[in-house]
Design a protein around this ligand. Structure first.
Ligand SMILES: Cc1ncc(COP(=O)(O)O)c(C=O)c1O
Length: 383
C-alpha cells in the first residue's frame, strides 16, 4: 500500500502517538478538569502539557489562548460566527476551503458583506495590493488560507498580517494545510486567529482542532455548558480557555496531539521539510516527463507544501484515482477537494484533479512506484 493522501489526513502516525494514546486510555482515563481524583488530575496534566506544546508550536505568548476544538472546521466556525456581525465587511481569497466558504455563506445571509480576491493565475498567490484595494471603512476581518489544499501554494501570510494590522483589521489564518509543514509564528505575523486540525500536518489523531485566539479578539461562544470551573454560576465563564471548551474534551486525541508535537520537535521542522520537499520534487520532475499529464498550480518559484494536483489526459480524476487504488494500491484523493472556487480559478472545474500528497513517512521508492503506475495508466490512452 502506498498512502499519498496526507493532505486529507496524515497516515501513518508517529509510533509515539500510538503508544501515548494506548497508554492514556488504559492508565489516565479520567475526565480532565472535571474531578480532583488522581486519574482526572493526570488527564488534565496531559491536556495542559499539549496546550503548552501547541502554544510553542505556533509561538503563542499566552498558553490559555490555545483553544481545543473538534477540528479545523469547528475552529473556523467559532472564529467567523463568534466575531462577525451584520454590517461587517470581510475579505477572503478565491482559494478558501468550504470550511470558510460555507460559514460565510450563512453569515452573508445575516448581513455580513464579502469580497473575494482571486488568486493570481500565474503564481497561485493572492496579491497583497489587490487585498489592500478592497479594504473599506466597514472591513473588519481578513481571512486567508496559508496553503492551498488544491495546489499546495504557500501564501505570504506575513505580508497579509502586516497589511491587516496597518488597517486595524482582524487577521484569521486557515492553517489546515500548512501546520506541521512550515513553522508558524502568530505574534511575528500579526495573526489574531489561527485555525488548524491535529490530524493533518501535525501528525496527530482525528477529532482535535486548535483555535489560537489572540488578545485583540474576544469571540462570542457558539456553545455553552459545563467547564468544570465556576460551577456555581449559570453563566458561561469568561476565563480562557474554559470559555470555549464546554463539555468533556477529547482528551485521548489531545494526548495524541501532544505526542505528535513531541515527535515534530525531536525530528525538527528542517528535517521534515527537507524530506517532504525531496519527495515532492521527485514527483514533480517525474510527472513532467510523462506524456498526457497536466500539472496544476506549479508555475514559477512559489513555495509549496507537499502536494501536487494533476490530471491524466483521457481519464476523469475519479477514474484515474480508482485505477491507482484498485490496480496499484496507491491512495490519492480525486475531485474538487471541498474547494470549487480554487478549481474555477485554476481551470479544473467541475471534475477537479488527482491530488497526490506525500508525507514525512513516505519514501523515494514509493514515489518511483507511483510514477511508474501513473506512466502505465497514461500510456494506455496516450500512445
Ligand atoms: C484548507 C483547509 N481548510 C480547512 C479544512 C478543514 O479541516 P477539517 O476537515 O480537519 O476540519 C481543510 C481540510 O481538508 C483544508 O484543507
Amino acid at each position: 500500500l502506498i498512502y499519498l493522501d496526507n493532505a486529507a489526513t496524515s497516515w501513518p502516525k508517529p509510533e509515539l502517538v500510538y503508544r501515548t494514546m494506548d497508554h492514556f486510555l488504559r492508565e489516565q482515563g479520567g475526565n480532565p478538569g472535571h474531578g480532583s481524583h488522581s486519574l482526572a488530575v493526570s488527564a488534565l496534566r496531559t491536556v495542559e502539557e499539549t496546550r503548552l506544546l501547541t502554544a510553542r508550536f505556533i509561538q503563542a505568548a499566552e498558553v490559555e489562548r490555545v483553544i481545543f476544538t473538534l477540528n479545523c472546521t469547528d475552529s473556523l466556525n467559532l472564529a467567523l460566527k463568534g466575531v462577525l456581525q451584520a454590517g461587517d465587511h470581510i475579505i477572503i481569497s478565491s482559494l478558501e476551503h468550504n470550511a470558510v466558504m460555507r460559514p460565510l455563506h450563512k453569515l452573508s445571509g445575516q448581513g455580513v458583506a464579502l469580497t473575494v480576491i482571486p488568486a493570481t493565475a500565474e503564481s497561485g498567490v493572492t496579491a497583497v495590493a489587490a487585498i489592500a484595494k478592497a479594504i473599506t471603512p466597514q472591513t473588519r476581518m481578513l481571512v486567508m488560507v496559508h496553503a492551498s489544499n488544491v495546489s499546495g501554494t504557500l501564501q505570504p501570510i506575513a505580508d497579509y498580517g502586516a497589511l491587516a494590522r496597518r488597517h486595524n483589521l482582524l487577521f484569521l489564518v486557515d492553517a489546515a494545510q500548512s501546520a506541521g509543514h512550515v513553522p508558524i509564528d502568530v505574534v511575528k505575523d500579526n495573526i489574531d486567529l489561527l485555525a488548524f486540525s491535529a490530524h493533518k500536518g501535525p501528525l496527530g489523531p482525528p477529532g482535535v482542532g486548535v483555535l489560537y485566539c489572540g488578545p485583540r479578539v474576544n469571540p462570542e461562544t457558539l456553545r455553552e455548558g459545563g467547564t468544570g470551573s465556576f460551577s456555581e454560576s449559570d453563566q458561561q465563564p469568561e476565563k480562557l480557555p474554559s470559555k470555549y471548551e464546554s463539555g468533556t474534551l477529547n482528551s485521548l486525541g489531545i494526548a495524541g496531539l501532544g505526542a505528535a508535537l513531541k515527535f515534530i520537535n525531536t525530528t525538527g521542522f528542517e528535517k521534515i521539510r527537507r524530506h517532504e520537499q525531496l519527495l515532492i520534487e521527485e514527483l514533480l520532475e517525474g510527472l513532467k516527463k510523462i506524456p498526457g499529464i497536466s500539472i496544476h498550480g506549479y508555475n514559477g518559484a512559489v513555495q509549496h507544501t507537499p502536494l501536487i494536483s494533476c490530471n491524466i489526459r483521457g481519464y476523469t480524476p475519479g477514474e484515474a484515482g480508482a485505477i491507482l487504488d484498485q490496480a496499484f494500491d496507491i491512495k490519492v484523493r480525486t475531485g474538487l477537494h471541498c474547494n470549487p472556487r480554487a478549481h474555477q480559478s485554476g481551470g479544473t472545474y467541475p471534475l477537479g484533479t488527482i491530488r497526490l500528497s506525500p508525507g514525512f513517512f513516505n519514501t523515494e521508492p514509493e514515489i518511483t512506484a507511483t510514477l511508474q503506475a501513473i506512466r502505465k495508466i497514461a500510456e494506455s490512452k496516450n500512445r
